[in-house]
Design a protein around this ligand. Structure first.
Ligand code: 4NP
Length: 152
């Protein structure tokens, strides 16, 4: 799961998917990263932590890291939150195979939604709540696709 800072959207997506993978007893490695280096080593934004906790997902132990070329080797699928993340991740790909691993999360999984998971960083608590709810729906779709053998 990749966003810009790895402190709002991608840790939320990461935490939700990790929890659901565990609940469904699936053998899938989940992680997240940011394309920027601003927040390396930081915990998720306290507003995201607060909402995650209130909805039953613990993300407070996650720490931000920067996406790197090695992630193309370590992961089969790379979900990005918006077009700008997509551009930044594509820049680090060194083959067509690596590019094929990258998906805009909503385009691939939840076509009815607007195409991006909006960046809530300068927004309100409602914006953070909306990000949680969107990613909660999307991670349900990912779990179903893994269980059906469509991905993973
Ligand atoms: P994220 O949100 O990409 O969802 O983690 C942001 C976090 C920090 C900044 C921008 C977006 N920032 O500019 O520091």
């Amino acid at each position: 799961m990749v966003c810009l800072g790895n402190i709002c959207r991608s840790p939320m997506a990461d935490g939700l998917l990790r929890r659901k993978v565990k609940e469904h007893d699936l053998n899938v490695l989940v992680d997240s990263a940011g394309t920027a280096n601003y927040h390396i080593g930081s915990p998720p934004d306290h507003r995201m932590v607060e909402i995650a906790t209130s909805r039953g997902t613990d993300i407070q132990d996650l720490r931000a890291r920067q996406f790197s070329k090695i992630d193309f080797q370590d992961f089969d699928l790379i979900y990005v939150m918006d077009e700008s993340n997509l551009t930044n991740v594509y820049r680090l790909a060194s083959s067509e195979d690596e590019r094929q691993k990258v998906r805009l999360i909503l385009e691939d999984l939840y076509p009815k939604a607007s195409m991006k998971v909006p960046d809530p960083y300068y927004g309100s608590m409602k914006d953070f709540m909306d990000v949680h709810d969107l990613l909660d729906e999307v991670t349900d779709v990912i779990i179903e696709k893994i269980k059906n053998g469509e991905i993973g």
